[in-house]
Ligand binder design. Structure first.
Ligand code: S3P
Length: 425
């Protein structure tokens, strides 16, 4: 079924810098020797939380437009914070900070907003405790207190769930732990930390799903250009894939295969997508342009092994599935229950409100496309990615939808509404 709407997306745009990469470059730049320059720094509030966090630890960071410069204080140079470290809505900031701060010789306390305070943090606290860290949580959630001053030692840890945030927390702690820290993954999660560590002169070894890192003597500052955020681009490129007569070029977007599995799924659904990679050097984040033309899509099955490389793209995939012909099944997606909202519940509720045939499964959902969708009130639970997914869904519906928390796009994509206006003409 083609969407019942004449809206189409046409033109070129460059998404904002990648949020995931931004967090890592700030944290590592702050403890490197020398001044790190980051171009294309992500404008969203989440990365701002990580910048504020390192500032509270005595690090100077200056931002001009999209360029951030950080005066690294070296591995031993962070100072005790004078107040609580507020991660806001940012799970990455809170979880990575646990590993970052656990080996420091001072105490620190991390707090977050209402949504973040309900999300599990023990997934990082438990393995860090096995490394010798002392972290006191509020029943496995924020606020938490890190009692620093412990000597950490490397561990060999198999991730029970694929999570790049947990892997990153352990590797950040491993930079200062005795011996070797090893993290094993069954399905590869995003590898931005491994790439960034190499950029700062550390030498993680990556072999057969295992990342090993030895304690380092120092990190050296560098110059980085952050690729466009694939997860932000995903909203527009998916919309262009299913809105007939669309013709869209996404410029300078990250193409790291541990992030871009949505492209494989859209191609499976019959999308017309051409990827044009730019030339990059070994050890750099892959980047390129993506050209999408709109056409009718059909359903696809997304299995658990694909999920880690498209974990943040499931809401927008669900929207595409509702406009596609036939059945789409998403498996292995239980982690969506503990994102900025319970995204499985939000997806099923919202698509149901639009009149789609959708049902929850034990670890995901099934959408039978082909129904005519009609205007509805769509609840986002204050989750930035649900706001953007519902904005795209409403483009395919004839009539006005009501969406709440529109300004939450500030978390990852402050320019989302302007870009939407521009591309939809
Ligand atoms: C992220 C990893 C993912 C993702 C989040 C960012 C990261 O979380 O959902 O938006 O930057 O490492 P998990 O590690 O919890 O899967």
């Amino acid at each position: 079924m083609s969407p019942h709407s004449r809206v189409r997306l046409r033109g070129h745009f460059a998404p904002p810098g990648d949020k995931s990469i931004g967090h890592r470059l700030v944290l590592l730049g702050a403890i490197a020797d020398g001044r790190t320059r980051i171009e294309g720094f992500p404008p969203g509030a989440d990365c701002g939380r990580t910048v504020d966090l390192v500032r509270s630890l005595g690090v100077e960071a200056e931002q001009q437009d999209a360029t951030l410069e950080i005066e690294g204080v070296g591995l031993d140079g962070l100072r005790a914070p004078e107040q609580d470290l507020d991660a806001g809505n940012s799970g990455s900031t809170a979880r990575m900070a646990c590993g970052y701060l656990a080996p420091q010789p001072f105490e620190s306390r991390i707090i977050g907003d209402e949504s973040l305070s309900q999300r599990p943090i023990d997934r990082v606290v438990k393995p860090l405790a096995a490394m010798g860290a002392s972290i006191e949580t509020s029943g496995g959630r924020l606020p938490l207190t890190i009692h620093g001053g412990r000597e950490l030692h490397g561990i060999d840890y198999e991730l029970p769930i694929p999570s790049a945030q947990v892997k990153t927390a352990l590797l950040l702690a491993g930079l200062r732990a005795t011996g070797t820290t090893r993290v094993r993954e069954t399905f590869p999660s995003r590898d931005h930390t491994e790439i960034a560590l190499c950029g700062f002169g550390a030498e993680p070894v990556i072999e057969d799903g295992v990342v090993s890192l030895r304690r380092v003597a120092r990190l050296s500052a560098g110059h980085f250009r952050v690729p466009g955020d694939f997860s932000s681009a995903a909203f527009f490129l998916t919309a262009a894939a299913f809105l007939p007569d669309s013709d869209l070029v996404v410029e300078n977007v990250g193409l790291n295969p541990t992030r871009a599995a949505l492209l494989d799924v859209l191609l499976d659904m019959g999308a017309d997508i051409q990827v044009e990679p730019h030339e990059t050097h070994d050890g750099e984040e892959p980047i390129g342009n993506i050209h999408v033309r709109g056409r009718e899509l059909h359903g696809a099955v997304v299995r658990a092994d694909k999920l880690p490389a498209m974990i943040d793209e499931v809401p927008i995939l669900a929207v595409a599935a509702a406009f596609a012909d036939g059945t789409t099944r998403v498996e292995g997606a239980s982690e969506l229950r503990v994102k900025e909202s319970d995204r499985l519940a939000a997806i099923v509720e919202g698509l149901g409100a639009l009149g789609a045939d959708v049902a929850t499964t034990p670890d995901g959902f099934v959408v039978k496309g082909g129904r005519q969708l009609s205007p509805a009130t769509l609840r986002t639970y204050g989750d930035h990615r649900m706001v953007m997914a519902w904005a795209i869904a409403s483009l395919g519906v004839d009539g006005d939808c009501t969406i709440d928390h529109l300004d939450q796009v500030k978390i990852s994509y402050p320019g989302f509404w302007e870009t939407l206006d521009y591309l939809a003409g």
